[in-house]
Design a protein around this ligand. Structure first.
Ligand code: GLY
Length: 257
């Protein structure tokens, strides 16, 4: 299956697949990336893990030995304490520099697992498997990190994923508020890119149930393409990447209240 999109980054190109039920083909789709690796550590949270960890582990098992780390769900997980647990687990399970991390979950898991990959043994590869609509922003572009008591995302690294595998079926069980917050990110991408995308969203999405349909793949792909175009131009946020913070920084402030 050809990737839906390919992203250029300083550490090479990486593929993005968007599709229904593709979590079950993860090992097969990623087999070139997994080739020569020693082990995979799937990092997830309790909520996502209870729904998908078994089948995602099974999808990787024919290709590599699989280890798992299950963290509590929620923003509090992006903490020094939870971060420290990951290298401990990885060392106990014998992960080495040839190992690979899979982030299976929303933005919190993508950020902490990505940061673990950026720092474990001075950096190992990782794969993003987002399971929320909102994570279509955070899973692309290589921002990883955890929170500091004095500020969100204050400790982190730019570390590009080797691939992003987006199973649209994992979105179907999300509560409406998660769809709304993910759709807000899509609207942001539309406003910072072109009027035609804004008009398309206005026409096609009158309610959240319009999103929970076959058209989600196309809308997601289009929204990720906006992000891709920006991060390909400005990976480290010295210019246009700042546009992606439109409404985003304010959102962080509202979350804190
Ligand atoms: N979420 C904003 C960015 O990736 O730059």
């Amino acid at each position: 299956m050809e990737p839906t999109l390919t992203i250029r980054s300083s550490s090479g190109e990486y593929p993005i697949w968007v599709g229904a039920n593709i979590r079950k083909q993860a090992g097969m789709l990623l087999k070139d990336i997994l080739s020569g690796k020693s082990k995979v550590l799937i990092v997830t949270d309790r909520k996502v893990g209870s729904a998908y960890l078994t089948e995602v582990s099974e999808a990787f098992a024919p290709f590599l030995p699989v280890e798992t780390a299950v963290l509590p769900a929620g923003e509090e997980t992006k903490s020094f304490t939870q971060y420290e647990n990951l290298p401990t687990k990885a060392l106990e399970k014998g992960l080495d520099r040839q190992s690979i991390i899979v982030a299976l979950g929303g933005g919190v898991i993508g950020d902490i697992a990505g940061f673990m990959a950026a720092t474990y043994m001075r950096g190992i590869p990782f794969i993003q498997m987002p399971t929320t609509l909102l994570a279509h922003d955070s899973s692309v572009g290589g921002k990883t990190g955890i929170n500091h008591p004095l500020g969100k995302n204050m400790v982190g690294a730019f570390h590009q994923p080797k691939a992003v595998l987006y199973d649209t079926n994992t979105l179907l069980t999300l509560p409406d508020e998660e769809w709304r917050s993910g759709f807000a990110e899509m609207i942001k991408h539309a406003y910072i890119s072109n009027q035609e995308f804004v008009e398309l969203l206005k026409k096609k999405v009158q309610s959240i149930s319009d999103l929970k349909s076959d058209q989600i793949k196309d809308l997601l792909t289009r929204s990720i393409q906006v992000k891709a175009d920006i991060v390909q131009d400005d990976e480290k946020e010295s210019g246009v990447r700042g546009y992606l913070n439109f409404g985003h920084t304010l959102g962080h402030a509202i979350e804190k209240t």
